[in-house]
Design a protein around this ligand. Structure first.
Ligand SMILES: Nc1nc2c(c(=O)[nH]1)N=C([C@H](O)[C@@H](O)CO)CN2
Length: 116
């Protein structure tokens, strides 16, 4: 199966379980792989036949930048649901990284795979 991907989508949001985290915005990074048959747009060369990574990126930025969840698990689940339901994607693999959470780690976070 082909994929369309979005790598390193950086968004600042309110996220975290501690009081100090509720008062600041922190960087988050999204990586997504979305199953899609790319032969159709490859044959037509038409943006309307694609799974449009710009439209999906814009929607994730809009949603995540306004979100205020405690856990990265919750935000990852909601974004995966948006991709499946609003963009008709059959299967999405999503990694959500929180790079500034742990001083001695480059990043922490979650990876999920969801389908419909
Ligand atoms: N599995 C998770 N563990 C932790 C989370 C989380 O969202 N999922 N969050 C925190 C804190 O908010 C942390 O990021 C602050 O450094 C701790 N563990």
């Amino acid at each position: 199966m082909d994929h369309v991907f979005i790598e390193g989508l950086e968004i600042e949001a309110v996220i975290g379980i501690y009081d100090w985290e509720r008062r600041i915005r922190q960087p988050l990074v999204f990586d997504l792989e979305m199953a899609f048959d790319n032969r159709v747009p490859a044959a037509s060369d038409a943006i309307g036949d694609t799974l449009d990574y710009k439209a999906i990126s814009d929607r994730i930025v809009e949603y995540a930048s306004q979100s205020q969840f405690g856990l990265v698990e919750t935000l990852a689940e909601r974004v995966a649901a948006i991709v499946l339901e609003e963009f008709g994607v059959r299967r999405v693999r999503l990694k959500l990284s929180k790079p500034s959470a742990i001083r001695n780690a480059r990043a922490v976070g979650v990876m999920i795979e969801r389908s419909r």
